[in-house]
Write a protein that binds this ligand. Structure first.
Ligand code: ADQ
Length: 749
């Protein structure tokens, strides 16, 4: 408004200047026209009376001449006339000829023309004024043949021109004045209207409603991004920079209005198993996915939908398969989905673990794709999608779909809940598009996943592989700037969210000191108190490189005899997917390899490799981490690998060394580990030797740096970032929804 006023003042000043200039120009122009006019009249009059004038002049008949002059002065515009002789004496004049104009004075202006040819004559014009107003004086020579007789002086009345000028000036002033008022009023009105519409739009934006005008949409986006950033910054300030369960809860509440989350995962966080004595035991499965997600769902509350695979799962759940967990705390709900043996075989063992798992890992196992498995995979995905729809409590719930078991679920969920925010996290690597081409149902998998709002991977390179696969196999637009896939007007963001651990890990609260863990573990394993201990913790899976790990231990003892009899590597290996032939073979080959190496280096009771082939509960796993001098993670290909992070988290004494495969997602983050190529057995064995010889100071320095990283980049941050992105998307979609409604309404009205 202030700007509009400034504009109006400028406009008025400009118009005033223009008026002044125009007035002067108008005055000059009308004066020139008037002078030309009287001049022409004077010439006409003198020309008409020339003969009579010359006769009287020649005969010196001053009375007759005066009469003729009086006749001439009858003209409206001629006030007085005088005839002056060539010698400048006055010959005759009309009665009221003003004495102010003398012949002598006027002759100076006429004389230069006296020698001119007779048809050439000139006049001297003098504008002047008399008491009655402005007059104009013309002096016109009169000739008798070629002989100059004298000149006539005509005094013209110019007051009519003055009137005309004054009237024109008034008109110009009035016109410009009107223009100034009109322009100012229009400007002020336009300013007021646009101010009102701006403030209305801003109020709408502030209330979170859709803007009516298209030009406000970019502003809305900018404002929202700014608000988001400020909120995150404020939260970061409040929390001293760290992501905690409280902050995650707050984020969910602030950004998603406290809506609960629904998690869909194959593995459940608590398995109820019937023991031999008939009692029921609760187990924590050996699963990276469960390790990461459990703290998140505890912080957010909600429902975890999973396959109820434990032998006592049915009897511990209600008739709908629901049970509150964790035991004793009951902070969230697990909804168990029951699968038949055939479904489990086809969907889980078959398509998921004989097809997709080897397809996504470069670990030299041939993927097997059977049509029957695919049918079960489709059916079970539908079954889980149905369970999701039963568990949600709104039309736009937040659903976190986990892993390769549920590639089809996002689309199936979206078909029934079009406004849901579906976040799919793929916990394993994504293959390049050429390798994906092996799968006969690659298109269906991609389309199923694209039902999600966000698809998350651990690394940017997995995201890139996914986008390239979509580009190769689907008709979809790739927005490379946004890292998004756009299909049917809906976009799916593809983003890296490297997964992590809760911080601090709650198992450590009750864990014995590292010294006590070490003493206890060495005693349990029958090792001397000064033994050097290496540890490996994995599901028994061919992607984990357990055989390569044992070969590296063998090479270490070959190349560094000083460690024989002193160094022992203990492998905690949880049996996994045992119904699959490849896993069965792996069990045997790992066992045989350990036996062969042990036989080579056995001395008295010394065995270099101890293979503990069973599931261990997390407190035991953490005791082993805390007891070890070195932890070797030798995955041949791994999405992230949480064992590496768990080892770092467990070592609050800043003692111990992590040797880590370069083919894990974790190797991109834990760069202070000794990074190795697990296929290069010699290099790996050298790294083990370096680790065992590393000074306590260097161990401390490396561990400290990795621990600082994990404290900041913990699993609450992982979940928080995904939820904040989902919230942003959700707001945008709500807005788009409103816009769509608005457009429909305005087009139908
Ligand atoms: P996983 O392949 O299961 O996870 P990982 O990330 O290493 O692999 O997690 C294994 C989990 O199981 C850890 O919490 C570990 O403590 C536990 N565990 C391993 N062996 C055990 C044993 N013998 N007894 C008891 N517990 C044991 C998948 C992907 C990974 C990704 C995670 C999380 O394959 O790449 O890091 O999901 O996204």
């Amino acid at each position: 408004m202030r700007q509009a006023l400034r504009f109006v003042v400028g406009l008025v000043l400009g118009l005033a200047l223009l008026t002044w200039i125009t007035t002067i120009l108008v005055q000059k122009t009308t004066r020139r026209w008037a002078v030309n006019d009287v001049h022409l009249r004077a010439q006409l009059v003198v020309n008409g009376a020339r003969q009579v004038l010359a006769d009287h002049w020649r005969k010196d008949q001053s009375n007759e001449l005066r009469n003729t002059l009086t006749e001439i002065a009858r003209d409206d515009r001629i006030m007085a006339v005088a005839a002056c002789n060539a010698d400048t004496s006055l010959l005759a004049s009309t009665k009221d000829f003003p004495s102010k104009f003398s012949c002598a004075e006027l002759s100076d202006h006429v004389r230069p023309f006296t020698d001119a040819p007779k048809d050439m004559w000139s006049a001297w014009d003098q504008p002047d004024s008399l008491p009655g107003g402005s007059v104009h004086v013309s002096a016109i020579p009169v000739f008798d043949g070629d002989r100059p007789l004298g000149f006539l002086v005509l005094v013209h009345d110019l007051s009519y021109a003055e009137h005309r000028e004054a009237r024109t000036q008034q008109f110009v002033l009035l016109a410009f004045g009107f223009l100034a008022v009109a322009a100012s009023a229009v400007t002020l009105l336009a300013g007021r209207l646009s101010w009102r519409s701006w403030s209305d739009e801003l109020r709408r934006l502030a209330r979170g409603e859709a803007p009516k005008q298209a030009e406000f949409r970019p502003i809305l986006r900018d404002v929202r991004e700014l608000v988001d950033r400020l909120m995150v910054e404020r939260e970061t300030e409040m929390e001293g920079g760290a992501w905690t369960p409280q902050r995650l809860k707050l984020t969910l509440k602030r950004h998603l209005q406290g809506e609960r989350v629904v998690i869909v995962a194959n593995r459940e966080p608590y398995i109820h198993e019937t023991q031999r004595d008939g009692s029921i035991k609760v187990l924590h499965p050996a699963s990276g996915l469960v390790t990461a997600l459990e703290p998140v769902v505890q912080a957010c509350s909600g429902v975890w939908i999973a396959h109820g695979g434990g032998s006592a799962d049915r009897e511990t759940a209600d008739k709908n398969g629901r049970i509150r967990v964790p035991p004793g705390e009951e902070s969230y709900l697990v909804r168990r989905v029951w699968l038949s043996k055939e479904e489990e075989q086809g969907y889980y063992y078959g398509f998921s673990n004989e097809g997709l798992w080897p397809l996504c890992h470069i670990a030299h196992a041939r993927p097997v794709f059977r049509s029957e498995d695919w049918r079960y995979y489709q059916a079970v995905n539908q079954k889980f999608a149905n369970s999701v729809c039963e568990e949600v409590d709104s039309a736009d719930p937040i659903i976190l779909v986990q892993d390769y078991h549920f590639a089809l679920a996002p689309r199936l969920i979206r078909e029934r809940l079009p406004r849901a925010t579906v976040i799919m996290f793929w916990h394993i690597p994504w293959p390049n598009s050429e390798r994906l081409g092996i799968c006969p149902w690659r298109k269906e998998l991609l389309e199923g996943m694209l039902g999600s709002s966000i698809i998350g991977f651990h690394t940017q390179s997995h995201c890139n592989n996914f986008i390239d696969s979509v580009d190769r196999f689907l008709e979809a637009r790739i927005d490379r700037e946004q890292n998004a896939v756009v299909q049917g007007g809906r976009s799916t963001l593809v983003r890296p969210y490297p997964i992590s651990l809760e911080w601090p890990v709650h198992w450590l609260k009750t864990a014995p000191s590292p010294e006590a863990c070490r003493a206890g573990v060495l005693a349990e394993l029958g090792l001397k108190p000064d033994a050097l201990l290496g540890v490996g913790v994995d599901r028994l899976d061919y992607t984990k490189g357990i055989e390569e790990r044992f070969l590296a231990v063998e090479s270490l003892l070959d190349r560094h005899p000083e460690f024989r009899g002193r160094f022992t590597f203990v492998q905690l290996a949880a049996p996994s997917r045992t119904l699959i032939e490849r896993y069965h073979q792996l069990n045997e080959s790992v066992e045989q390899l350990a036996t062969r190496i042990n036989e080579r280096f056995a001395k008295d009771t010394y065995r270099p490799i101890i293979l503990l082939r069973s599931h261990h509960e997390p407190p035991t796993v953490f005791r082993y981490y805390r007891a070890a001098d070195v932890c070797y993670v030798s995955s041949l290909h791994d999405g992230m690998n949480l064992v590496a992070k768990e080892f770092v988290a467990a070592r609050d004494d800043e003692h111990g060394v992590l040797v880590l495969s370069q083919f894990t997602g974790a190797a991109r983050e834990l760069t202070e580990a000794l990074i190795v190529n697990p296929y290069d057995i010699e290099e790996a064995s050298s790294a083990l030797a370096t680790a065992l010889n590393m000074s306590p100071d260097e161990q401390r320095e490396r561990l400290r740096s990795m621990r600082v990283f994990l404290a900041e980049f913990n699993v609450y941050r992982w979940a928080g970032r995904m939820l904040v992105d989902a919230a942003r998307l959700r707001r945008r979609e709500r807005l788009t929804g409103r816009l769509a409604v608005h457009l429909v309404e305005s087009s139908s009205s």
